[in-house]
Design a binder for this molecule. Structure first.
Ligand code: AHM
Ligand code: MG
Length: 346
């Protein structure tokens, strides 16, 4: 994936997501309409999940996980619900050849009607990220990542199709279920954000050509783990807190990657989830969380690294691989990397 090029785009604010997808279809490298249909189905599944997330506070009234609802169906936890909603939509529409989800141990092979699947794309998804925030009415999100398969269309997908470095992504995005619901995504030509008008169920282009400010004043990290952080991260946090120039910076941590990232992209900031003594590779998953957010960050002029290496260059070896993650405004990430370098493990 190369950096954004200038392509004609329909960037008027009253453009709907549906119109935008059609208008910009020709910008995809392998334009056959398949990727457009795929993003369309994600848009649809996101509406279904949004509807369910919005009623989360009613769960205690309507029934909890393990109960049966009025239609006689089992009530599901929201993350399970979101997982099923995305998998079902993508499977029913026969639009991809494989799906990997943070909620599933193994990838799923999608068979076509005649047992053969000629679709070219695989999707990797974190259906409901930050789901521990659901119980307390705080924003959560969905993160998705799309690759062209490596193996021949018509044959079953293999692990190799999913274990591609993030720079191979053809598209990535997130849905934020916040005070309003938004889809933010990139196909490698910049980043655009669409806000759902819940009254009519339509997403409108509200944030065209989103850009990370190069500098920022917000740092987002779970400081409760401070004593376990690598020395480079500790030093960077102390730098953020120091009274000098435009510092101290403001600390803001929601504990929901999509929400923290979204705020930092709009206002300027850095998100850090480092490795700790307990979790030597950090907590976040390379394929479902870090790669898609890294592509969006780079397409918006930001940066994403594990402290020593560009996230999008990492060659994954496992589906559920974890990585330390430093992401946000370019100059802030570079500064943090500088502190990491001073304590590089030999
Ligand atoms: P999840 O996929 O289990 O929801 O975990 C990912 C989430 C991120 O959204 C968030 O930034 C992070 O975990 C918070 O972790 P912690 O509570 O350790 O700070
Ligand atoms: Mg997650």
């Amino acid at each position: 994936m190369t950096n954004s090029q200038s392509v004609p785009m329909m960037l008027q604010k009253n453009t709907t997501l549906g119109e935008f997808i059609i208008e910009n279809q020709s910008e995809f490298r392998y334009s056959s309409g398949e990727l457009s249909r795929l993003i369309n189905s994600i848009r649809l599944a996101a509406k279904v999940v949004n509807h369910e997330v919005n009623k989360a506070g009613l769960v205690d009234i309507l029934g909890t996980a393990g109960d049966t609802n009025v239609q006689g169906e089992d009530q599901q936890k929201l993350d399970v619900y979101a997982n099923n909603a995305f998998i079902k939509t993508l499977t029913n529409r026969e639009i991809v050849c494989g799906i990997a989800s943070e909620e599933e141990d193994n990838f799923i092979t999608i068979k076509g009607r005649n047992e053969q699947n000629d679709n070219k794309y695989v999707v990797l998804i974190d259906p409901l990220d930050g789901s521990s925030n659901i119980d307390v009415n705080v924003s959560v999100g969905t993160i998705f990542s799309i690759y062209r398969r490596i193996t021949e269309p018509g044959t079953p997908v293999t692990l190799e199709d999913f274990l591609q470095p993030g720079k191979n992504q053809v598209a990535a995005g997130y849905i934020i279920y916040g005070t309003s619901t938004m889809i933010v995504y990139t196909t490698g030509h910049g980043v655009n954000g669409f806000t759902l008008n819940p009254a009519i169920g339509t997403y409108y282009l509200s944030h065209p050509n989103m850009k990370f400010p190069e500098d920022g004043k917000i740092y987002s990290v779970n400081e409760g783990n401070y004593v376990h952080f690598p020395q480079g991260v500790k030093d960077y946090i102390k730098y953020c807190q120091k009274e000098e120039g435009d510092r101290p910076y403001t600390s803001r941590y929601i504990g929901s990657l999509v929400s923290d990232f979204h705020r930092n992209m709009i206002k300027g900031g850095i998100y850090i989830y480092p490795n700790t003594a307990k979790d030597p590779n950090g907590k976040l998953r390379l394929l479902y969380e870090c790669n898609p957010m890294a592509l969006i960050a780079e397409q918006a002029g930001g940066k994403a690294s594990n402290g020593f290496q560009r996230i999008l260059d990492i060659q994954p070896t496992e589906l559920h691989q974890r990585t330390p993650f430093i992401c946000g405004s370019k100059h802030m990430v570079e500064k943090a990397e500088g502190f990491m370098q001073q304590h590089k493990p030999s």
